[in-house]
Ligand binder design. Structure first.
Ligand code: AVI
Length: 327
């Protein structure tokens, strides 16, 4: 049992008030209560996510790494030079190493990881900061803001390869994913490219196990969001009064994570100036992970101003890396 207080450094007050406002908004929306999934990734959440990636039931990360391991050279061979690499949501940066190493055999390059989680950014800088011929410049910013800052640094004739590797696009609703990709496109120039990972539709039981593992790591990852509200917003969620739930929404082709209230309860969130009452069985929806058919990334590319020039699919875990080009 944890008896020591968790060491914790308070975030700046502007960040607290933005967090509080978004939490308030999502929890009081008419109908289904929600919490924004981006807040799953504080230091504890990021560490739990890294652990999820090691679970035998969660095949996504290994599939992504296998694809890059096998195809890094073909991916890199299609890239113009000089080229710099920006990564949206770098995580720990392990997959990226293979691509950077393949690119660095050609010439020196800059690598710009863009992350809102300082813990993940630090881990990534540690993992990749030692590579020969690669300079790492991290941006602790939201994706688009970070990408605009990266694009502003480039000089005439330099190209950008944007990596979006973890299938995080699946965490956006489909229309929001298109909007986001159009915004990425608007920042890029002809000759730039995007390597986009998408997890593919597969057997429902396998998908559910990936998001509800028997060791309970994903449950801890989900419940940590409430713990974070307690730590940072002074809330009084009793974590034992909630249960993790993963469900498959067949119509939307997505896994949804929810937190189910195990009893009728009232919770106070002082920094958001709110109290909520939850019924027994009521859920808070915390994340969606959309799954795709292999042909969808081609249509998505077309809709959002790119052209999908190559797709690699893993043989063990249906998962695709898609290479999109700006013409
Ligand atoms: C980061 N993202 C792609 C993960 C996913 O699979 O949607 C987050 C995650 N949620 C539960 N397990 C992993």
């Amino acid at each position: 049992m944890l008896t020591q207080p968790v060491p914790y450094s308070a975030p700046p007050s502007s960040r607290v008030s933005e967090f509080a406002a978004e939490v308030r908004d999502a929890l009081t929306r008419p109908g289904q209560r929600e919490l924004p999934s981006k807040y799953l990734y504080d230091a504890v959440g990021s560490a739990l996510f890294e652990t999820i990636c090691l679970l035998p039931e969660y095949g996504l990360s290994r599939a992504g790494t296998r694809l890059i391991n096998t195809h890094a050279r073909s991916i890199v061979a299609q890239m113009p030079a000089p080229l710099h690499v920006a990564e949206l949501g770098s995580g720990s940066g392990k997959k990226t190493r293979l691509i950077l190493q393949a690119l660095a055999t050609r010439s020196h390059l800059y690598y710009y990881p863009i992350e809102i989680s300082p813990a993940a950014l630090e881990a990534c800088e540690k993992e990749l900061g030692q590579l020969d011929m690669v300079s790492v410049v991290g941006y602790e910013k939201p994706y688009l803001e970070g990408l605009r800052a990266v694009a502003a640094r480039r000089v005439e004739g330099e190209h950008l390869l944007v990596l979006f590797l973890g299938s995080t696009i699946g965490n956006f609703d489909r229309p929001a994913a298109d909007d986001f990709l159009r915004e990425v496109r608007a920042i890029l120039q002809p000759g730039d490219s995007l390597l986009l990972a998408t997890d593919l539709v597969k057997d429902v039981a396998i998908q559910l196990l990936a998001y509800d593992d028997p060791a309970g790591v994903t449950a801890a990852f989900n419940l940590n969001l409430l713990a974070r509200l307690n730590r940072e917003l002074g809330a009084n969620f009793d974590l034992r009064a909630f249960r993790h739930q993963a469900l498959w929404n067949a119509e939307e082709r997505r896994i949804e994570m929810h937190l189910v209230s195990l009893k009728r309860q009232r919770v106070e969130i002082p920094a958001a100036h709110m109290k909520i009452s939850l019924e027994k069985g009521e859920t808070i929806w915390t994340e969606s992970s959309h799954k795709y058919f292999p042909e969808e990334p081609f249509a998505m590319a077309e809709r959002t101003g790119f052209r999908c020039v190559a797709q690699w699919i893993d043989e063990e875990w249906p998962f695709a890396q898609n290479l999109w080009l700006v013409d």
